[in-house]
Ligand binder design. Structure first.
Ligand code: NAP
Length: 256
């Protein structure tokens, strides 16, 4: 069987370690023949991401803090200088202060609220705007979201509000970029044990609840998210834009 992403180049932002959802997406995309370009946030992660990038056969590994307009511009200038054309872009980035993921949402500070929005939501808009010139043939842009955008998941708090803004951004960006044949979607993954997830108070309880109550009676395997990202990036996903694709063992349909 031919590979689904043969001849395509994918930029993946947000790979921190081998537990990252971005890593599972990178594995799936590399398996399907995509050439990968990875970014990491800062020097702290350079060694780990370089090692994982070598394992995935990534052609470039670049630094980009998405809260910095200069970093985003430098990233796209570097790619442009190397005549890179992108077919897929994955934004797998979020951050909120740990205390805002444990105390009541009511007590969220202005700074904490803006930080979560800046890193987890606005950065997607900024990245989309920056990569569009690198996608002259159209393509697929995707981000990662969570059910806490529309339902109350205790302790998810400020991140749920950021994800709500992120999902609305997906729809507006899909509208803006549709005429260029660039599709914009989000994957809403079920709880997965990653470094970011461990910052949410009682995350293990969320994980266990999903395993007990989802229709499939299990949690989400990161590889399933990777395969859905391949679908969205591939020719098979060509009619899908502005969509929130749930990859969560069906948990989102349950009321009790
Ligand atoms: P992760 O491995 O910790 O990935 C989060 C990434 O965001 C890390 O690489 C992190 O880098 C990066 N990041 C944070 N601030 C950044 C900045 N200013 N500039 C550039 N990168 C920055 O955790 P993950 O669970 O895979 O999260 C990936 C995405 O999936 C997030 O959007 C998350 O909300 C979403 N998601 C996760 C789950 C889950 O249960 N795990 C479920 C649904 C959706 P540093 O490590 O350097 O901070």
């Amino acid at each position: 069987m031919s590979k689904l992403l043969e001849g395509k180049t994918a930029l993946i932002l947000g790979l921190a370690n081998k537990w990252s959802i971005a890593y599972a997406i990178g594995q799936a995309m590399a398996r399907e023949g995509a050439q990968l370009i990875l970014t990491y946030q800062g020097e702290r992660l350079q060694k780990t991401v370089t090692d994982l990038g070598a394992e995935l056969g990534a052609s470039k590994i670049l630094c980009c803090d998405v809260t910095s307009d200069e970093d985003i511009a430098r990233l796209t200038e570097t790619l442009k200088a190397d005549s890179v054309t992108l077919d897929a872009v994955v934004h797998s980035i979020a951050f909120a202060n740990k205390e805002d993921l444990s105390r009541p949402f009511l007590e969220t500070s202005r700074d904490g609220y803006l930080l979560a929005q800046n890193v987890s939501s606005y950065s997607f808009v900024a990245v989309c705007n920056a990569v569009v010139p690198l996608m002259p043939n159209g393509g697929s842009i995707m981000t990662l979201t969570y059910l806490g955008s529309t339902r109350v998941c205790p302790n998810y708090n400020v991140m749920g509000v950021a994800k709500a803004a992120l999902e609305a951004s997906v729809r507006y960006l899909a509208y803006d970029l549709g005429p260029r044949n660039i599709r914009v979607n989000a994957i809403s993954a079920g709880p997965i044990k990653t470094a970011s997830a461990r910052g949410i108070k009682d995350f293990s309880a969320m994980h266990e609840l999903v395993a007990a109550h989802s229709p499939m009676k299990r949690v989400t395997d990161p590889a399933e998210v990777g395969d859905s990202a391949v679908f969205l990036a591939s020719h098979l996903g060509r009619g899908v834009t502005g969509n929130i694709l749930f990859v969560d063992a069906g948990f989102q349909i349950m009321a009790m």
